[in-house]
Design a protein around this ligand. Sequence first.
Ligand code: MN
Length: 499
Amino acid sequence: MSETANTKLIQGRTGPWEVVLGLEVHAQVASNAKLFSGAAVGFGAGPNEQVSLVDAAMPGMLPVINRHCVEQAIKTGLGLKAQINLKSRFDRKNYFYPDLPQGYQISQYQHPIVGEGEVIVERDDGSTFTVRIERLHLEQDAGKSLHDQDPNFTYVDLNRAGTALMEIVSRPDMRSSEEAAAYVKKLRTILIYLGSCDGDMEKGNLRADVNVSVCRPGAYEKYRETGDFSHLGTRCEIKNVNSFRFMQQAIEYEARRQIEILEDGGKIDQETRLFDPNKGETRSMRSKEEAHDYRYFPDPDLLPLELDAKWVKEIEASLPELPDAKKQRFQSQYGLSAYDAGVLIADQAKADFYEVAAKGRDAKLVANWVTNDLAAKLSAAGQDIADSPIGPQAIAELVQLIEEGVISSKIAKDVFERMWAGEGAPTDIVEKQGLKQVSDTGALEKIIDDLIAANPGQAAAVKDKPQAIGWFVGQVMKATQGKANPGTVNELLRAKLGL
Ligand code: MN
């Protein structure tokens, strides 16, 4: 059963502390066009090549909502088991940035398209906890200021301006940097399954603002009981973290920083901070704005967004099987542990690969090969399963050879190495290398008879110490280069040694 997050104590000079984390994830909507214009969205275009007059905020231009982006937000909301608001509204969030030519961001403030939902998150040990989702809203991304192109000038690239983002806001339900990373991983998996965001963090298509605060043990439980935030410490927001490693480093550093200030008798200023990966520290960026600083007001160029309930139902009916459902199915259909099922479903391509390989085969054995041996090879080579030189059919064939007793599990490791090296299909490798398990009792009997004749002392000793049979098994294996069927060898030895 899923539960709340685990508390992790941090020892300070004056006693233990706990960390409380809430995340605002910005996920770029997978879409060919922007949220309010028909300009293309894509990575790698030349500067300002994907900018319409709307994105450049030319006077008199009018935004027109992109239906596909709305559909993606609804899909995502449904995937987060969240309430879809049939009526929502776009607001202007006013601030001045050189890369925001409108002078405001079109966002959703009081009436977001998606309300409360939840994400069930897997920890590394296979246990789970629930993160409550507060809301998801649609908004525009800003452009980019480039400070490193010229010693005297800053350049502005508006390609990203107006791109659709889903801002997914969680409740402060994570209690360690590991849990925060696990949450973003799970969220990313759900988005990729849904096809609503490609989850590419390197390209900045998924980035997180992390709210960090610390409190004394017991305070968080009071907050959960009452919903009263005053039980929690003042939070700082670390902006735009775009890797799991940086996120964990930033949280660890920030929690320590806050504890030191509090233990010195100081107080935490609510502010926005930036993580510097080179120095491994966060530093102040600006004092936190309050909502009223932005002077939110309804965008007069856009009508309230009204959704047809029937359309939402249609989208719901078209949703793919999502990670949690797939995990359940893998456990019941294939008899996998929650842990193995969790590892497989974390990557859709891996789950698909597994299902092809497991068809008609020993499903647990296939899971072992995919999650252990193959995963280790791929990770060492820095490859995704989609580019795996060993396909699912080949894994199925390898497992079949083991199941049918043609090769032992030990020899299978050798065959696997050769498969990885590109030596061909497992059956061909076994044939060519003469790796077939020797189950032919005649051949094995001859070896065993010779062995007993040459070692009468050992043979006599086995009668008093039956576990010494292992020595004989080892000798037979050596004589057959590991190809003897261990079961057959044991049987024959027991009979011949009179056990
Ligand atoms: Mn935002």
